[in-house]
Structure formats: structure tokens, C-alpha cells
Design a protein around this ligand. Sequence first.
Ligand SMILES: C[S@@+](CC[C@H](N)C(=O)[O-])C[C@H]1O[C@@H](n2cnc3c(N)ncnc32)[C@H](O)[C@@H]1O
Length: 224
Amino acid sequence: MVKLIPKSPVFQMDCKQFVEHHLKDNSVDLVYADILFDNPDLTWLDLIKPKMKLDGVVYIHTDQRSVLYVLNTAEQFGYQHQSWIIWGYNWGGRPRNKWPAKHEDILFFSVGNTWQWNPKAIGIPKATMIRSTKDWQVPTDVWTDIGIVHTMSREKDEGEHRVWQKPVKLLERILKAHWRKNILVVDPFCGTGTTLVVAKQLGCQYAGCDIDSEAVRITRKRLS
Ligand SMILES: C[S@@+](CC[C@H](N)C(=O)[O-])C[C@H]1O[C@@H](n2cnc3c(N)ncnc32)[C@H](O)[C@@H]1O
């Protein structure tokens, strides 16, 4: 039985259950899924496909351990790969004998051939000596201007210092790029709830879940 989503819910459950039982067909505009795992189970990605609008988009945040697996599997499920974003930062420890790994990978897929795209909303100042009528440009697929959530920040306090909390600025860039009135934003691995917090701030509809009760408690607190 499919239960229609009540107003802006956050569920504590496995993502597959959430996708199957709490999302309507053809209703989701944007998915952001942050799965920093070694061997991710991507069954949910197949299950969510019929729930997506034809012009919907999916962002999967992962890292070098599973990025190629995610890319190949998503394409097998019929998603169209559009961008491979590198989120770079300069923080944390450094190994003595190899290059410090200071980036994570965010894969952007579309469901169909068209999607909402708002270049001006994500524009950054244009660094050029050449005279131009446009003083802004769209960021490239290498994002080093966002940074991490700093340990002493208020944002980190809100997320109760969970290691994997993502910055509001990162989700703002993604959501603003695809924003339009009344879009439904879904995060099936919501963690501290950053995606849903930003969706709420931007006036979107939103829904999410996490298997961990503490994560759900923190998300609900941030949204209250
Ligand atoms: C990397 S964190 C997400 C962090 C989040 N983006 C944030 O900004 O806080 C991944 C989350 O997925 C959750 N998770 C792991 N397996 C899950 C599953 N099968 N269903 C739902 N959530 C799951 C974990 O409890 C964890 O909170």
C-alpha cells in the first residue's frame, strides 16, 4: 500500500521501504543521496526511478571507493550521467607516503533529456581580463570554493558534530541549480538533515529518511 507523503516528513526506516511505501509515482524532482560506503546497496536507486518525474535529477555523493560502481550501476538502471563533480577541501590528516585524498565525488544524473537548470542562481563572479557583458559564470565541475563544515561553526553544532555532515553551501548550490516552484526534494540517507534544511529554506517540498534514530532526531530538531 502506498501512503501519500504527509506534509514534509522525515522517516526512520530503511531507504528501500521509504522509497517503496512513502513516495508517489512521478512525484520527485530532485534526489540527493550521500552514500559514503564501501559497497553500497543501490537497490533503492532502481526503486526510486518510477517515483521520479521525467525531468527529475539525481545527485549521488560518494568517494573513490565506490564512484565507478555507482556510475556504472546508475547507467544500467537507465539514468543518464551528466556531470562528475569533484568537491575538494583542504582539511584533516595527511598520509606520509601518498597524495592526501582531499575530495569527494558527486555524480549528477538526469532521468530524461531535459531538466530544470538555473545558471544565474548559481553564478559566481567571473575572473577574466577580457571585457564581457556578463560578470558571472557557472562554476565548473571542480568545487573548491565551498569547504567543509568547520568544527567550531554553529552549523556543526546544529548537526551535533557528526563527521559526515555536509555544508549548507554545498546543498544550496545543488538545489538552487534546479529550483522551481513546489519541487519535491528527497534525501533517502538524510543524516543530519542538511538537504532537507536547505530545501525548507528555499521553500521546496521535502521528504527524507535515515535508518538511524539519532540521525532522524537531529534532522527533526534542525527542521523545527
Ligand atoms: C554519509 S551519511 C549522510 C550525511 C548527510 N548528507 C548529512 O549532511 O548529514 C549517510 C547516512 O545514511 C544512513 N543510512 C545507512 N544505511 C541506510 C539505509 N539502508 N537506509 C537509510 N539510511 C541509511 C546512515 O545512518 C547515515 O546517517
